[in-house]
Write a protein that binds this ligand. Structure first.
Ligand SMILES: NC(=O)C1=CN([C@@H]2O[C@H](COP(=O)(O)OP(=O)(O)OC[C@H]3O[C@@H](n4cnc5c(N)ncnc54)[C@H](OP(=O)(O)O)[C@@H]3O)[C@@H](O)[C@H]2O)C=CC1
Ligand SMILES: N[C@@H](CC=O)C(=O)O
Ligand code: NA
Length: 372
């Protein structure tokens, strides 16, 4: 009988640094610490806007204790320090990952620096990928230069496989002709509750308040209501479509976008103040709801990328109650339809919860697992 060679290889371990420990960040840390054994991840850094913890061989923290540990840390957050320390940890067979769970432009602007030094970047933060083409290009070239990867599945549809589906369609040679759908968990929740086949219903401001309490909104709910969150998602997806890659040089701001923020509230800086002042504008939204219902329709906030015409827009539209954007959706659900040359008879459809801490953190975890 032939002797079989026994090949022993130690399992790959990834060092993970987390910046941003809010709703999504907190849930992500708990999912990471609770990963089934053998856990391939070592949490080496936690950084909030006020403090940081760092231990190159892994922090000794627990799901119930990390918040206290971080609050007790005397170390102030310092992204330059973090970048230097993480790049020093990169070596053959030892991968290091930055997970950015903030919505910060400042952190996003540093991705090229982290990537250049070989640190992978994973994030649900839309800022870098939906901003100027020059930042996007420098992220791509830094990744190509070092081989470090940037993964951003949770930036569109939270945990739903939207970016991976689009990448697969394009990489296998399919031609995308149109992508359309409900891309915002917040807008989905708001209009699923506010605009139904029945007359009357809750006030607009009350459903916005609940969407925020459920953790669907951006840190400032005005960033959802002004359409910017949907415009950013459309910009991110457009860049994966070869003919549209360079269409939005200045980023999401070039997407034609309908804002639902009353002009009087545009300059309100705090999310709390915004929520407090919104009830004064309920009558205007009630009128929009009643006008749609007169036509036997309901309101839905949708996004469209029409590849052939080059139109990319985020808008509030009226739909008959038999439309899939009405019948198929509840809660914070997203629905995204990919029309392609291969999926010509009926679109490829991805649907499910598109916001909330658990499903977003799962999208970030699924990216992390792609590196193991
Ligand atoms: N919530 C959801 O359903 C989804 C969220 N996302 C994205 O996930 C990201 C996080 O969202 P969410 O958790 O809801 O937001 P939160 O506001 O709950 O969390 C963001 C955290 O980032 C911290 N932060 C901001 N700037 C810095 C910085 N420079 N260094 C360290 N920490 C910083 C904030 O701290 P502080 O409060 O002290 O300022 C805050 O705790 C956002 O980019 C959002 O767009 C994506 C998909 C779905
Ligand atoms: N605020 C966003 C969160 C996910 O991207 C949304 O409501 O969809
Ligand atoms: Na996703």
């Amino acid at each position: 009988m032939a002797t079989q060679a026994i090949v022993s290889s130690s399992p790959k371990v990834l060092r993970v640094a987390v910046v941003g420990v809010g709703l999504v960040g907190g849930e992500f840390i708990n999912q990471l610490l609770g990963f089934p054994s053998p856990n391939p991840f070592r949490l080496v850094a936690l950084t909030s806007s006020k403090a940081t913890l760092f231990a190159p061989d892994g922090l000794s923290i627990t799901p119930s204790g990390w918040k206290q540990e971080l609050a007790r840390s005397g170390l102030k957050p310092d992204l330059t320090f973090l970048s230097r320390e993480l790049s020093a940890l990169v070596r053959p067979g030892q991968d290091v990952v930055l997970v950015d769970n903030t919505s910060s432009n400042e952190v996003a602007a540093l991705y090229p620096q982290f990537l250049k030094s070989g640190v992978h970047v994973i994030t649900p933060n839309k800022k870098a990928f939906s901003s100027s083409l020059s930042l996007y290009d420098s992220i791509l070239s830094a990744s190509v230069e070092s081989g470090a990867r940037f993964l951003n599945e949770a930036t569109v549809g939270a945990g739903l496989p939207i970016i991976s589906t689009l990448k697969d369609l394009v990489a296998t040679g399919d031609k995308v002709t149109k992508i359309e759908g409900v891309f915002s968990g917040t807008m989905s929740y708001i209009f699923n509750e506010f605009s139904t086949a029945q007359a009357g219903g809750p006030s607009f401001s009350s459903v916005v308040r609940i969407a925020r309490e459920k953790g669907y909104t951006e840190p400032h709910p005005g960033d959802d209501l002004n359409g910017a969150d949907v415009a950013r998602k459309l910009a991110i997806l457009s860049r994966y479509i070869p003919t549209l890659r360079a269409a939005l040089k200045d980023g999401y701001q070039s997407v034609s976008t309908k804002s639902l923020v009353p002009p009087e509230l545009e300059s309100v800086q705090s999310g709390d103040e915004f929520i407090e002042k919104l009830p004064a504008f309920d009558a205007k939204f009630e009128q929009m709801r009643a006008e749609a219902l007169k036509e036997k329709k309901v309101l839905r906030f949708v996004g469209v990328i029409d590849v052939q015409s080059g139109v990319i827009k985020a808008d509030l539209e009226k739909y008959p109650v038999s439309h899939p954007f009405v019948t198929a959706l509840g809660g914070s659900d997203n629905i995204i339809m990919f029309h392609t040359e291969r999926y010509i008879a009926r679109p490829l459809v991805v649907q499910g919860a598109g916001a909330g801490a658990a499903v977003t953190a799962m999208g970030v975890m699924s990216d992390l697992l792609k590196l193991v």
